[in-house]
Ligand binder design. Structure first.
Ligand code: HEM
Length: 805
């Protein structure tokens, strides 16, 4: 223990940093820090064995400006890997100086003035989007928009356009993975910095680097030479005195995207929200803007026209004061000499966090109304407290983007207020999270996701209606059923690749909302086995509704057809870490724990399929393993995001089926079978409903598989026979899936436990189905010989028995 620090604070904090660290995984540690620790212990608090946090403005000024203390070792934990160094995280003073010298020209006032037309092109996308929304929504005389998301996307487009030479067109196209992936990357970095072992499991989405590399290569191959940030970084590569490397440029690009997007959009949004909460300030600002822009004939306000407006500046400063982006533990410095702070001896080497949030809110410095948003306090600069305002930090490690940020904030706010009358949505509970940078989150959802969740609050999507409405299943048209099922299946399979699920994509069509209810409350028919299915009734009755087997079959067929749109795992390349769509697969497979389990399982599984074809074994095993894990994961996630929808169980069933069908189709095609063939479809259905390798259904399936594989009598299997088997499958599926979910229904009422049960249950089921499939489609070595002789034009695709090893 670092006994020399006698600073007050929770006793256990003196033993380990982990107590405070783990609180940051929710993104809400700032509340604990600012509403509990700081008020309780005062201006100086011990937060770790050799960590303190200080809220004294003179100490903060001393550390930032007078002594220019280096950044603390805490920044090392944010570094993804050694080569990925960046301006923000580096602690090396001379390295930082070199980098800052390279990058500073791109943030000079003169250079920034040349960027205005580029920013305006992004503003045009924003205003076009808003105009379109207003035109489309005539009923409410305006439009309900998620202003935060729009501003965030605009800020990201602006960074793309100004720093890297091309807009990402996120606002224009309305859909781009970057906002979601960058947010997730920030969350991942915070998790890994808290629990470093997680670095083994949680990897950065390869899309992010690939995206940067694409831009870099495009620029390298382009004949047009720009003078933007990207060009400055690329030009430095040839600098013999320590220019940037490609990996460093990628990291720096990402950092500019994080910093340039999140901080600016947070401040712009909060300024607008505060203006809406203070109509008199809004009116005053609009008057000031109107007067300044009365003779303006440009499409958008220019920085030169508005940069000296005192009230606009006051409004922005006041927001920067009450919403400092370092709201959590502030800027962190490492003490290079023994010091006295707030009357305590602090030894050299201590990490001193500077609580910028606390000094911005201090009544001692700002007066009794410190917590209130009052722009007027900025109109008389002489009355302002000295050294109590550090929104951009200060000294050599201050924000490099300060001028850029001011330019962007001014012109976006002025544009919005000049063009639109904004109104607040009632009943919105704002909440903030900090994962390195700050963002807004929807409080009522109680979960962390991309900021788009906020949209639900803003736009009042009819999620709550699902809870009340109970539309009869009969009102569902075949098309609606098809579209919805397809939507769920693909969302889930795509989600598996990116680990992202949008509850909106899972929502049923208007008239289909009660589809789940009859299934959910239906009693499990007593033990149906394949042999005695004939005796079972054709309909399962619920309170007053019936579900036709035909309809279930239709769902099954629909999922079967729609999973084709997501590629199968068939080759080494599909499992390569370089394929971005399988990032989670990479994460899962790279885990040591999983690898060791997998080795044992492979050993056992080999007994299920005795072929010597190692390709088949390898890819089938990987497919089974990945799909088992991801079906558990996806169900747990879906239960999590859709809890509260009456449709959650149905969505869970459909998504699990999608993964299982995808897996079995993948294994069938590994065995060389044509999955578009009706007989193969039936065979795959049989695998889905088998109770295990030893079950009679699996045996039947195996026999059918042998017939099909040997191309014996496929053409003679009448379509009606296949259809009849399919129907039985549908009935079995009803009993198996819906009945099997009883436990989950109950458990899903308990947060976390529900997800765990769902995870385990679905993983095991999928695992079992995988084993059956491997057994059923196991290529026999003699099959390959049989086919070797068969050169007829109608031969099936090459059998894996013949695949070169
Ligand atoms: C309202 C907007 C912004 C605010 C309030 C803000 C605030 C800050 C603060 C407080 C720091 C110091 C963090 C620390 O030492 O831990 C910082 C650093 C930094 N900011 Fe900003 N920032 C804003 C916008 C931007 C923009 C638009 C960019 C780039 C386009 C940017 C790029 C950076 C970089 C690269 C650093 C690290 C600088 C260094 O260590 O030399 N920021 N910012």
């Amino acid at each position: 223990m670092y006994g020399a620090i006698k600073v007050p604070g929770p006793i256990h904090f003196a033993f380990s940093k982990i107590f405070l660290r783990y609180k940051q995984i929710s993104g809400e540690r700032w509340k604990y820090m600012q509403h509990y620790l700081q008020p309780k212990y005062g201006k100086i608090v011990r937060i770790g064995p050799k960590n303190i946090i200080v809220s004294d403005k003179e100490v903060i000024k001393q550390m930032l400006v007078t002594d220019e203390m280096p950044k603390s070792e805490n920044y090392d934990t944010l570094r993804v890997e050694d080569a990925r160094v960046s301006l923000f995280v580096t602690r090396d003073v001379s390295f930082h100086k070199k980098r800052r010298r390279i990058l500073t020209p791109a943030f000079s006032l003169k250079y920034l003035a040349s960027l205005e037309p580029l920013m305006q092109s992004c503003l045009r996308d924003l205003t076009t989007k808003l105009d379109e929304s207003i035109d489309n929504d005539k009923k409410i005389h305006g439009a309900i928009v998620n202003i935060y998301e729009l501003i965030r996307n605009t800020a990201m487009d602006i960074i793309g356009e100004t720093a890297f030479g091309e807009s990402f067109s996120i606002v224009k196209n309305g859909n781009h993975p970057l906002p979601r992936l960058t947010f997730r990357e920030l969350v991942r970095r915070v998790l890994c910095s808290t629990f470093p072992a997680l670095k083994l499991f949680l990897k950065m989405d390869p899309f992010i680097d690939e995206f940067s590399i694409k831009m870099i290569n495009k620029r390298k191959n382009s004949e047009i030479k720009k003078n933007d940030l990207l060009q400055i970084m690329l030009d430095s590569i040839d600098d013999v005195k320590g220019g940037m490397e490609q990996i460093e440029i990628c990291e720096q690009m990402l950092e500019f995207i994080f910093a340039g997007t999140d901080s600016g959009s947070y401040i712009i949004t909060m300024t607008i929200i505060e203006l809406l909460r203070h109509p008199e300030s809004m009116e005053k600002l609009i008057k000031e803007l109107d007067a300044a822009l009365i003779n303006s004939n440009g499409e958008f306000p220019l920085n030169d026209e508005i940069k000296h407006l005192p009230y606009l500046t006051a409004v922005i400063n006041e927001t920067l004061r009450l919403y400092p982006i370092m709201m959590d533990v502030g800027v962190s410095k490492q003490l290079t000499k023994d010091s006295i702070m707030c009357g305590y001896f602090i030894p050299k080497g201590t990490c001193v966090n500077l609580n910028i949030y606390a000094i911005h809110y201090s009544k001692e410095y700002w007066g009794e109304n410190a917590e209130k948003w009052i722009p007027e306090r900025w109109l008389d600069l002489d009355k302002l407290p000295k050294n109590a305002f550090f929104p951009f930090s200060a000294g050599s490690r201050n924000c490099i983007g300060i001028n850029f940020a001011w330019l962007e904030i001014r012109i976006i706010i002025a544009t919005l207020l000049q063009r639109y009358k904004l109104e607040d949505m009632s009943d919105q509970k704002l909440n903030f999270v900090q994962f390195i940078t700050p963002s807004l989150k929807n409080q009522s959802e109680g979960q962390i996701d991309t900021p788009s969740l906020w949209e639900k609050v803003m736009s009042k999507l009819p999620t709550d209606k699902f809870l009340e409405e109970d539309i009869p299943i009969d009102s569902l048209t075949i098309k609606e059923l098809n579209d919805w099922t397809k939507g769920i299946a693909q969302t889930c399979l795509r989600g598996n690749a990116s680990l992202v699920y949008s509850v909106d994509e899972l929502s049923p069509p208007e008239s289909a909302k009660s589809l789940a209810n009859p299934m959910r409350y239906k009693k499990k028919p007593s033990q149906i086995s394949f042999q005695n299915m004939e005796e079972q009734p054709q309909f399962f009755t619920t309170a007053d509704k019936q579900i036709e087997v035909e309809k279930i079959l239709l769902i099954l067929d629909n999922i079967y057809d729609s999973v084709d749109e997501v590629p199968y795992f068939r080759t080494e390349e599909d499992f390569s870490p370089n394929v971005p769509r399988y990032a989670p697969l990479q994460t899962i497979l790279s885990s040591f724990a999983i690898r060791s389990v997998q080795t044992v399982d492979n050993y056992i599984l080999h007994s299920v399929c005795s072929t010597t074809n190692t390709s088949f074994h390898r890819y089938a095993d990987r497919s089974i393993f990945y799909n088992s894990l991801s079906s558990g994961l996806s169900s747990a996630v879906i239960i999590h995001v859709s809890r509260g929808l009456k449709t959650d169980v149905l969505i869970d069933i459909i998504s699990t089926l999608a993964i299982q069908l995808h897996m079995v189709k993948s294994i069938a095609s590994l065995a060389g079978l044509d999955t578009a063939d009706d007989a193969v479809r039936t065979l795959i259905y049989l695998c889905i409903v088998s109770d295990g390798v030893k079950s009679s259904i699996a045996e039947t399936a195996k026999e059918l598989a042998m017939i099909i594989m040997r191309k014996m009598v496929v053409d003679q299997i009448p379509a009606s026979a296949l259809r009849s088997i399919n129907k039985r499958v549908a009935m079995k599926l009803l009993s198996k899936e819906v009945g099997g979910k009883g436990l989950i229904n109950f458990a899903s009422l308990i947060p976390f436990v529900g997800e765990l049960v769902t995870f385990i249950s679905d993983s095991l089921t999928t695992y079992g189905i995988g084993q059956v499939s491997k057994y059923v489609f196991c290529p026999t070595d003699d099959t390959s010989e049989t086919k070797h002789d068969d050169d007829s034009p109608s031969s099936p695709p090459p059998h894996p028995g013949r695949i070169e090893l």
